[in-house]
Design a protein around this ligand. Sequence first.
Ligand SMILES: Nc1ncnc2c1ncn2[C@@H]1O[C@H](COP(=O)(O)OP(=O)(O)OP(=O)(O)O)[C@@H](O)[C@H]1O
Ligand SMILES: [Mg+2]
Length: 671
Amino acid sequence: MFGSNKKELITTNELETVAAEDSESIFEKNKNTIKKLIAPGGLDASYTNHLEIASSRTRYARTMIVAGLPRMCTFPEFLRRMYTFGDINVSVFINPLSESSSQTDLNRTINELESERIVAWDRGDINRERVIAQKREEAEELRDAIAAGFNKLFDSSIIATIFAYSMDELERYTELLSNEMSKNLIDIKPCWAQQDAAYRSNLPFCDNKMTKSHTFDRRAMSTVFPFFISEVGHETGIPLGFNKQTGLPILYDNFSSKLNNYNMVIFGKSGAGKSVTIKTITSRSAVLMGIDSLALDAEGEYSIVAEALGGVNVTLSPNSKTIINVFDIEPELVKDEITGKERSMLSVENKVEDVTNGLLTMARGSTRSKEVNELTKQIISEAVAEEYAALGITNNVESLYTKDENGNGGVNLSANYLGRVKKEMPTIGSWYHRICRKAEENENPDYRFHYSYLVKVMKQYVREYQGQMAYFDGQSTFELNESLPFINIDISQLEERFARPLAQQIMLSWVWEKYVKKNSEDKTKASKKRVLVDEAWMLLPYPEAVDFLNTMARRARKRNVSLAVISQKFQDFYEKQEVQAVLTSSDTKLFLAQDKSEIQYLKEVFKLSEGESGFLITCNRGEGLLKVGGDSAIIAIQPTKKEFEFVETNLSKQVAIEKARREARERGELN
Ligand SMILES: Nc1ncnc2c1ncn2[C@@H]1O[C@H](COP(=O)(O)OP(=O)(O)OP(=O)(O)O)[C@@H](O)[C@H]1O
Ligand SMILES: [Mg+2]
């Protein structure tokens, strides 16, 4: 079928004759084979640097081979530019090398490098000596890893054939591909005078006739696999799970520029695997992409993740010493519309609104008292604004700091360090005293009832009166450290019906102030952060909380923050008009196993097929429907065994894992 240097054209007719002679019956003779159907009219292999494929329209093909590779291959795919080049066929031949031959070769290389290093040293060429020493060290590490069974070597050839409809085009594509590949430091060369053998090697017969090959270790080898056929996902990111239909891994980049926003919602029935999934996402993103996360932990199940990732765990309860001050206000980085530069400012008006909403929820209490109305809100709000004004806090950031007796800009020399001293913030206690004073001074009969209501009801939040929920009264006892991979705020010990959702709301607002607002609006400077709210359904009965969640979802993208809302009962969210922004501002939606009662609803909203909706009722834990933008896929999320050690939510299973680890440690298998 292939001629080499002299012009030799074999047509499909001749091929058919050969096939016909071999066959037995007339029907067999006339039967078309797949080969016959797809074969071109003929191939002209008489040229040194390309082939001509004769068909109704002549095509030109040039086969090239990867001649040089960078020292390191980048995850997940370093050949992507080649795979997606256009009209191209690529073959990657992978031959595992035996451990003994790898060891022998590496030992030889190590000896050679060492000799070279000594020569360089003798000549006083320290730069070369250092480079060779490093190479030798790497080779030794690799040899040891192979001996221990952690790594393996492979021999691999990479062959690509590009096609075009004219020679000019072929030349252009050749240059373009070379340029594209050189961006990744990959050197490709046409197979000069070997075009026919190279072309045949690139047909799916697993018959490599080319001798040029490269040595890969296991990690580098994994980067040649094309992962991009999945309908959902991104080119880079964390491995999220597997596409159940194609079997391909799904990579997901929460901060991909292809996403309209970075928020995520996860819905599923109890036990569907929501918490395990978000923990897996969080820990993989922390390790692989440096994304920091903060969790509002309503069930007390995230502390172990914080521990595993090297983060902190803060517990809020009537017995703990932790205090979160609702009045904390922080400077915010905003872009100046005229100069485009970022500057720091305080937005007191917004803060007054947030604190008022928090206090309003507190005032309504667990019974969600109807007696609290606009007038109550106004009274609360006025007193909050007065609290900031009394401390001289304005929109100027300087107003946050104390001045010394000479009025010098906030630098307190007597404090024995050249740092500025922050003023003490107002507290619920100071605000309560103001309300009591104002109640006494009040002469307006319309306000009388509201004042006396607040004086009575708000006492339970004041530390001075041993209030039961006084953990929001006082100066905050901890700062949110910027550079922690995981911060967990555990509110699980609070009473479930009111104290916990209230804490969720107050903490959301506090986290916004202390964690989100500090992030720059400039993407190049901002760090990637995630705020996750598990058991978000708890917030739904509280209008101010819902309002805050909504606002946060809308504003998060601007601050380079991803809000992850996790809940049972999708229907409750969807039907609540006030919380719509959470759904519409979440480009990523994951639906895990659903209750039968819920599925009809989901089916209508997302126009799911019978198959998809049936799957969501019967699927296993960790399986579900992933929607990213307009694309969707059936996904299976499988934490690794190691990950299960800290993503497990089931306490008794957690205890069993811990026990097994302890026993293994005692046997000396773990350190
Ligand atoms: N991907 C998974 N593969 C295997 N088992 C899983 C997976 N995800 C969760 N599980 C198991 O299911 C149990 C429940 O998971 P999880 O706590 O994440 O559910 P949930 O949806 O958060 O439930 P709830 O709404 O009650 O909080 C876990 O104890 C875990 O063992
Ligand atoms: Mg859960």
